[in-house]
Design a protein around this ligand. Structure first.
Ligand SMILES: N[C@@H](CCC(=O)N[C@@H](CS)C(=O)NCC(=O)O)C(=O)O
Length: 222
């Protein structure tokens, strides 16, 4: 049976969601984040990067969520329910699959790291310097970058319910982690299309089953 190596509150949530949408049976091996928020060392025994998600299927070890979602779609979706077939939608599908980790996540991760500079485990004596540094980076770079991404995505969702058209696809599943993070910690106001999309996601029975299986999924706001 397919195995998902699942880290709490992580990108492996999207693999669980994909499997629930596809109706593929799976088992979960669970890992808890350390105090540092890093994955425990034991995950490195499964894949040298030690990141989540990792999937084991038919003797294969698969890492990197976009690659995993494409593998699941190619292997378990013979009717192409989760990949559009028309040229324009197929192009959009590919774009969002890459954009999620290639462009959007780096700035959100940077924001998370910056937000943590003024808190433990940073030693008390230098937290105020950390806070000042974070504020400077935010003002000079991050705020404008995140705002730019948020407005772009918001505009893209103005005419359609899902990222690659009017049907849920793996592109939505891949975009779920950064969009949830953007809404939680991006600090951008007035994103009604993104919030409506998030609601549509949360209303899906497969999403709800994945939460029951994987545990709570509330990304930290700061
Ligand atoms: N681009 C990779 C990122 C994987 C990744 O960084 N996963 C995070 C969880 S959201 C992780 O394992 N963090 C713990 C760590 O780095 O030790 C993917 O999409 O799979």
């Amino acid at each position: 049976m397919l195995t998902v190596h699942h880290l709490n509150q992580s990108r492996s949530q999207r693999v669980l969601w994909a499997l629930e949408e596809l109706g593929v049976p799976y088992q979960i091996v669970r890992y808890q984040r350390e105090k540092s928020m890093l994955a425990p060392e034991s995950l490195k025994k499964v894949h040298p990067l030690g990141k989540s998600p990792v999937v084991e299927d038919e003797g294969l070890i698969l890492a990197e969520s976009g690659a995993i979602l494409e593998y699941l779609q190619e292997t378990y979706d013979p009717e192409q329910r989760f990949k559009p077939q028309e040229t324009k939608q197929k192009r959009d599908y590919r774009f969002w699959l890459h954009y999620a980790e290639g462009s959007l996540m780096p700035v959100l991760l940077m924001k998370l790291v910056m937000n943590s500079l003024g808190k433990p485990p940073v030693p008390f004596g230098i937290r105020s310097v950390g806070k000042l540094l974070a504020k400077g980076v935010d003002k000079a770079f991050l705020k404008q970058q995140i705002e730019n991404h948020a407005r772009f995505i918001e505009g893209e969702l103005a005419q359609k319910s899902w990222f690659a058209g009017n049907q849920l696809s793996m592109a939505d599943i891949q975009m779920s982690f950064p969009v949830f993070a953007l809404l939680a910690r991006g600090g951008v106001e007035n994103l009604p299309n993104l919030r409506a999309w998030k609601k549509r996601v949360e209303m899906r029975p497969a999403w709800q089953r994945a939460i029951v299986q994987g545990g709570p999924f509330d990304l930290p706001g700061s």
